[in-house]
Write a protein that binds this ligand. Sequence first.
Ligand code: UDP
Length: 462
Amino acid sequence: GAAAAAAGHGGRERHVLLFPLPYQGHINPMLRLAGVLRARGFAVTVFHTHFNAPDAARHPEHRFVAVPDGMSGRPPPVSVGDVVKHIRALNAACEAAFRDRLAGVLAEYSRDAVACLVADAHLLRMVEVARRLAVPTLVLRTGSAACFASFLAYPLLCERGYLPSSSQLDMPVSELPPYRVRDLMHIGMDGHELMCELLACAVAAVKLSSGLILNTFDALEAHELAKLRRDLAVPVFDIGPIHRFSPAADGSLLHQDRSCLAWLDAQAAESVLYVSFGSLASMGARELVETAWGIAGSGVPFLWVVRPGLVRGCAAPGEPTRLLLPEGFEAATRRRGVVVAWAPQEEVLRHRAVGGFWTHSGWNSTTESLAEGVPMLCRPSFGDQMGNARYVEHVWKAGFEVGGELERGAVEAAIRRLMAESDGGEMRARARELKKAAAECTGKPGSSEMAIVKMVTHMLSL
Ligand code: UDP
């Protein structure tokens, strides 16, 4: 059946080549895509930078090819401005080395055996390299359909004066409802040109490619997907939530502390708040203190991820997490909560004890949470996170945003609202409906399952 789809080509295996952008939120969906493609009979080769290299030993089913990025010694990006510059630098630094590695792989496999390259949308230079070597390319964009629609509209929005000036943050963007100006990707006046370039490059990568793959699903973004299909000449494959098709594809760069699962086993159903701000978002030392005391004061059981680097200005890598927490916090919350440096998030969200997720609203976290029916308290900080939080609160009604300055009383109240009050219950009911809808999309005649079949057929036809 489908598993043999790609293997039956003249008895030879067909190869798909993947190149993720080396950040956790981009590596995870790409490795999950690798799992999906492997299950459909493709042999998968993953190109990767030295920076944030995935652990090949955990994925013996794929081949990994390192592309020297020449950037060792450069500190990892912390601010959003750094990330944008880092993406640009990676593109420049990897281009020539990728051309060599790709040519080597093509010589080895024979040109016909290679179906295509799937590159992250932020790796335009790699898409161009592949084109020059006549390798068909698809692009994986790891954010929402609405977010990519905002990339397409960005030049127009700037022309119409929404950006870069930020005096009217609450003004609705009538071209892209329900976004307000504050929900768009922006990094202020200084970084405006860089942001425009980043988004224009992502759009160019998609337009140069033979198809766009999105980790979203019809029940979540039917309208946004229809709009993208009208506006783009290339096919769009909505194959999310992708982790539901490839649950074993653990691409964690940090060690996942699995001991928290046993602790969750001992907690009552839907009683625990899971707190995690993803792999890049950071907070000031004061915000951490307010967060900690807000969590403690809520009286709600919690599992909190305090990763190395979460707190700006402290935390030498490897420093024990508990040293970052305010004095007295551990004693005040003993037996009611657990703090870990990095969690097996998919399993945590699936656990029956978890009743809410305080998240930074990264797109992976958002889809992982919705797929498990877990309502969210959103605290977006940059990039597409504000736009994701806007959809969670305003469109899917499966959570709400906690804005403004973090203060322990407000944190306490927000946690209680989500976990114990009636409108939190309504959000939980909405999240459950979306969980059911996600299961339908990924089930046998579902839209995402069908999109995968179409994507595979498309790959084999290129
Ligand atoms: N994640 C994890 N353990 C953690 C926190 C996050 O495995 O303790 C995973 C999470 O499941 C998700 C990814 O890291 O797949 C984070 O991606 P997201 O898009 O949510 O945020 P980003 O890190 O890109 O800001």
